[in-house]
Design a protein around this ligand. Structure first.
Ligand code: NAD
Length: 414
């Protein structure tokens, strides 16, 4: 995403592009360009030093035509209303492309969680959830973790809501610890979903995954697990990086060994003889590139130098719109973020389903169901891209907007 633009305006532009290709009814387009409901809450928190601070929080519910809204809660000093609104729209597209019975939601509190004590963090989390409790619920809006929010915070929020409702309400939030209704397989779900989409893309492009060369930018939760899963699928991981830089071995890197090195030294750097910059890793002579760190790393300045045939966006927003055009022209298949990293929200959906049934699945069952959802979503997006001669990102937006539009019409809203 371009940093110079307001994220909400970017999301609206993306709707315009897909709407034009789909020949969408202008009233539906207008409806999708705004969230249905936004709540702003200002609430007090008693701090450890005896003072009381007023915090501002938001919850945006973009569209609930296909089902309750769903999306994370972010704790960050930079949270704004427009950011939360845009993120809720993107959640509609992400849920839509994988066919979940959810619309998009997103929440956030403008705060610096690193400056809060554990008691202050718990009080803040409970107060925010209490303040938004009228509009959330297992059949209304189901939040989840996002930037700087954790399974523990989800547990406090679920507990607060359960107290208000005077009954256990595990289904009000996902990303919880296992003991209070979390799902097996949730931790690996984003990377696993990404690996499934890579498998499908490789089939379509007739790339043999056995020995296919892979570089992964960002060796955190998503990137390190993706490295392990792709290695299991026969790929050869040749480069990985983190915030300090990258390390490269054309003969292959063992994901477990580089993980151990990172745990010992704090970074992947120095694991191989060849260290390299985070920019260089993107331009290596490889088959598959997995950006799994930051936004805006593939731009018009470096897109033409990319040699990978598949880019699987584990990260959110790693490719700018200008770079997208260059990559499409050069025949690089970009599996867009809303598809490539939708494994996380899909297993969140499985968590909610298990909570509602009060019946819990094995990890194997979760992974099999995830595979089915991701393969199906990839096929739909790929078919749409072929039919309309558009890139996979535009196709993914078209798949989800088409679905929400049909629900809006069928319900008789427009
Ligand atoms: P994380 O914090 O666990 O890992 C991020 C990694 O990126 C770290 O290894 C960090 O060192 C590295 N990094 C930071 N700056 C970098 C730089 N300049 N160059 C290269 N690497 C750098 O985060 P995560 O959960 O793995 O998330 C990574 C991306 O995936 C984010 O864009 C996130 O929004 C997206 N995502 C994650 C999930 C999930 O379930 N974890 C779900 C959807 C999307």
């Amino acid at each position: 995403m371009s940093t110079t633009l307001n994220p909400f305006k970017i999301a609206q532009q993306q709707i315009s592009v897909a709407a034009e290709k789909l020949g969408l009814d202008p009233s539906i387009e207008a409806m999708l360009k705004e969230p249905q409901r936004v709540l702003i809450v200002n609430f007090p928190v008693k701090m450890d030093d005896g003072t009381t601070k007023i915090f501002t929080g938001y919850r945006s519910q973009h569209n609930d035509a296909v089902g309750p809204t769903k999306g994370g809660i972010r704790f960050h000093p930079g949270v704004t209303l427009d950011e939360v609104k845009a993120l809720s729209m993107w959640m509609t597209f992400k849920c839509g492309v994988v066919g979940l019975p959810y619309g998009g939601g997103k929440g956030g509190i403008c705060c610096n969680p690193k400056e809060l004590s554990p008691r202050e963090l718990e009080t803040l989390s409970r107060a925010y959830f209490s303040a938004i409790s009228q509009i959330v619920g297992p059949d209304k809006d189901i939040p989840a973790p996002d930037v700087y929010t954790t399974p523990q915070i989800m547990s406090w929020m679920m507990d607060e809501f359960s107290k208000i409702k005077q009954s256990n309400q595990f289904g009000v939030i996902t990303g919880k610890p296992l003991i209070v209704g979390g799902s097996l397989g949730r931790n690996e779900a984003t990377a696993r979903g990404c690996a499934f989409t890579i498998k499908k893309a490789a089939q379509e492009l007739e790339i043999d995954l056995k020995g296919a060369k892979v570089a992964i930018q960002g060796f955190g939760n998503a990137g390190s697990i993706a490295a392990r899963l792709l290695d299991d699928m026969g790929c050869q991981i040749v480069a990985v990086s983190d915030s300090r830089g990258g390390t490269y071995n054309p003969n292959g890197i063992h994901p477990h060994a580089v993980q151990a090195h990172k745990e010992q030294t704090g970074s992947v750097c120095g694991f191989c003889q060849n260290d390299m910059g985070n920019d260089e890793i993107l331009e290596l002579d490889i088959d598959i590139l997995v950006p799994a760190a930051l936004e805006n790393v593939i731009t018009e300045a470096n897109a033409a130098n990319i040699k990978a045939r598949i880019i699987a966006e584990a990260a959110n927003g790693p490719t700018t719109p200008e770079a997208d055009k260059i990559l499409f022209k050069n025949g690089v298949m970009v599996i867009p973020d809303i598809l490539a990293n939708a494994g996380g929200v899909t297993v969140s959906y499985f968590e909610w389903v298990q909570n509602l049934m009060n019946y819990y699945w094995s990890e194997e069952e979760v992974n099999l169901k995830l595979e089915k959802v991701m393969f199906n979503a990839f096929d739909k997006t790929y078919d749409m891209s072929r039919k309309h001669h558009v890139d996979m990102r535009t196709a993914a937006y078209m798949v989800s907007i088409d679905r929400v539009a049909e629900a809006i019409k069928t319900r008789g809203w427009i």
